[in-house]
Design a binder for this molecule. Structure first.
Ligand code: LFR
Length: 467
C-alpha cells in the first residue's frame, strides 16, 4: 500500500494541497487542489479570508477521498507573523487583519518605549520588520485594547488551521519565531519580554517542535470530509519548510526561497544576535531540528505579482519575463527593500514614482516596469550575498533558488550575472516538499535530513545557470 502524506501549503497569493509519496526511492508529488489567496479590504482593513481558506482545505480533503488517496498524515504551512486572537468561547476577536495592513505604522516607536530595537534583537535574533507580531500586537493594544483584555488564546495562522481541523490549540516553534517574541537562546516564548510589553501571558500556547503530532480530526471535520487522519505539524512557517527542501547537503551555498518574498540566506547551528547583525538587519528564524535560518527578507516577486494584478492578471509570469527580457536595456533601478513597496495603492505608480524621485528614466510599458523590478531584485541579491559573506567571513560558490519563483528563468540569469555565482533553480514546490518531508521524517521514511535532501535532489529536475 502506497503511503501518502499531505501538505497544505498556503502562500500569500495561492494555496494548494499536495500529496507526496516515495516510489523507487524517489519522491512523487500530486497536486489535488489549488485556490487563490490574497488580502481583501474589510472595514478599511486588509484582511485574510480564513473561513474561505478553511473551506478550501476541506474541499481539497474531499478530493483526496474521491481519488481514494487517504494520507497517513497531513500538516499546514503558511506565511509568518499573522495570528488570530480568540476569546473564552474560542470566538475570533475582530477582523483577521493581514501583515500588509497599515495599522502597524508607528508601532515600532510604541514598542521602543518599553524595549529598544537593539535589546529586542539581542533577545530574539529577529530582524525588524514593521509587521512582526510584536508590532501587530501593539497595534491591537493601542487600537483595540478590549480585544487583548478578552483574549484567552493567540494562534498563528497554521496553528489556527490545525485547531480548526483538530480542536487542539498548539503553537509551532518555527512560525512563532517570526513574531519576534521567542527567545533565540531558550527557543521558548520570551515571557519576560511578553510581560514587559503588557501582552497577556496566558494567550501564548506551549510551543511544539516540527514533527509533533497535533491530533486527529474533530467529529465535524470527519463527517464533512469522510475520513480521519493524524495532523502532524511540519515546519509550519513556509520558509522553514522550503529550506528543509533545499536539494543539497554541503554548505557551500546560499539559498533563496523565492515566492511572494525572496528569503535569502544560509542555515546555521547558532543564532547571531550581535549588534552588527542587527544593524545589517539579518534575521535568525527558527528552523527544523533547532537549526537557524540566517537570512534577509527581500521584497521579491510580490512586486511582479502586484503589477500583474493591475493588468487584470492578463499575462502569465512567463510572458512577463519575456517582455522584461525584450526591454532589458532599460536603465532604472529601485531599492527592492524600500518600505514604499510593502503595500502601495498601486505598485506600477510606486515604481514609476521611485524612478522619478531619484532622477531616473521613468518606465512606461509592462516590459520596462518588469525589467526594472527583475534587475533591481538581482542587484539586491548580489548585495545581500556580499553581506552574508562579510558576516560569516566565508565565500559561497552557488545559489539554490527554490519555490515558485525558481521558474522565473530571466531572473535566474540576472541573478547568476549579478552575483557571479552559479544558480541552481528548483524545486518549484519546495515548501510543500519540505512540509511532506517533516511528516516523512516523523514516520521514519527518512532516517535523516541528509537522506531526505539527497532524495529531493534526485527526484526533482534542477536547472543550472552559469555565472
Ligand atoms: C514568506 C514569508 C516570509 C515572512 C513573510 C511574512 O511567505 O513567510 O518568511 O517574512 O512571509 O510573513
Amino acid at each position: 500500500m502506497t503511503k501518502y502524506y499531505l501538505a497544505v501549503d498556503i502562500g500569500a497569493s495561492s494555496g494548494r494541497l499536495i500529496l507526496g509519496h516515495l516510489e523507487n526511492g524517489k519522491m512523487e508529488l500530486e497536486e489535488v487542489h489549488r485556490f487563490e489567496n490574497g488580502m481583501v479590504k474589510k472595514d478599511g482593513e486588509l484582511c485574510w479570508e480564513f473561513d474561505r481558506l478553511f473551506q478550501e482545505i476541506k474541499n481539497g480533503l474531499k478530493k483526496c477521498k474521491e481519488i481514494g488517496k487517504i494520507p497517513v498524515s497531513m500538516g499546514v504551512d503558511t506565511w509568518g507573523v499573522d495570528f488570530v486572537l480568540m476569546d473564552k468561547d474560542d470566538k475570533v476577536l475582530g477582523n483577521t487583519v493581514g501583515y500588509r495592513d497599515h495599522r502597524n505604522e508607528g508601532m515600532d516607536e510604541e514598542v521602543y518605549k518599553t524595549i529598544s530595537l537593539e535589546d529586542l534583537y539581542a533577545r530574539t535574533g529577529i530582524q525588524k520588520a514593521i509587521f512582526n507580531t510584536v508590532y501587530q500586537l501593539m497595534a491591537v493594544k493601542t487600537k483595540h485594547p478590549e480585544y487583548l483584555e478578552q483574549a484567552e488564546t493567540m494562534l498563528h495562522v497554521p496553528d489556527y488551521f490545525h485547531y480548526l481541523l483538530t480542536g487542539k490549540k498548539t503553537c509551532e516553534y518555527t512560525e512563532a519565531t517570526t513574531g519576534q517574541l521567542v527567545n533565540a537562546e531558550t527557543k521558548d516564548w520570551d515571557y519576560e519580554l511578553i510581560d514587559k510589553l503588557g501582552y497577556p501571558r496566558k494567550m501564548f500556547q506551549k510551543l511544539i517542535m516540527p514533527g509533533t503530532s497535533v491530533g486527529h480530526f474533530t467529529e465535524e471535520v470527519k463527517a464533512e470530509v469522510g475520513f480521519d487522519v493524524e495532523v502532524v505539524a511540519p515546519a509550519t512557517h513556509d520558509t522553514g519548510s522550503a529550506v528543509l527542501a533545499v536539494p543539497a547537503n554541503d554548505d557551500d551555498f546560499i539559498y533563496i526561497s523565492s515566492g511572494t518574498w525572496s528569503l535569502m540566506g544560509i542555515e546555521r547551528e547558532k543564532a547571531d544576535c550581535s549588534k552588527k547583525s542587527c544593524e545589517m538587519n539579518f534575521t535568525n528564524e527558527g528552523g527544523y531540528a533547532g537549526r537557524f535560518r540566517y537570512l534577509k527578507n527581500i521584497m521579491g516577486l510580490w512586486m511582479i505579482q502586484s503589477v500583474r494584478h493591475e493588468y487584470d492578471d492578463k499575462y502569465g509570469f512567463a510572458e512577463i519575463c519575456q517582455m522584461a527580457e525584450e526591454a532589458k536595456d532599460f536603465p532604472s533601478r529601485v531599492d527592492a527593500n524600500d518600505e514604499c513597496f510593502l503595500s502601495p495603492e498601486s505598485m506600477i505608480e510606486e515604481v514609476k514614482d521611485y524612478c522619478r524621485r531619484t532622477g531616473q528614466k521613468v518606465p512606461e510599458t509592462l516590459g520596462e516596469i518588469a525589467t526594472v523590478i527583475y534587475t533591481s531584485l538581482a542587484e539586491c541579491y548580489a548585495k545581500t550575498a556580499k553581506e552574508l559573506e562579510e558576516m560569516t567571513g566565508r565565500t559561497f560558490s552557488r545559489i539554490h533558488v527554490v519555490g515558485g519563483g525558481s521558474n522565473a528563468g530571466y531572473l535566474n540569469e540576472l541573478t547568476a550575472r549579478a552575483t557571479g555565482k552559479e544558480v541552481h533553480a528548483g524545486p518549484g514546490e519546495a515548501t510543500a516538499i519540505g512540509n511532506i518531508t517533516a511528516q516523512m521524517l516523523k514516520a521514519e521514511e527518512f532516517k535523516s535530513i541528509e537522506e531526505a535532501r539527497t532524495t529531493i535532489h534526485e527526484s526533482f529536475g534542477i536547472k543550472v545557470y552559469q555565472a
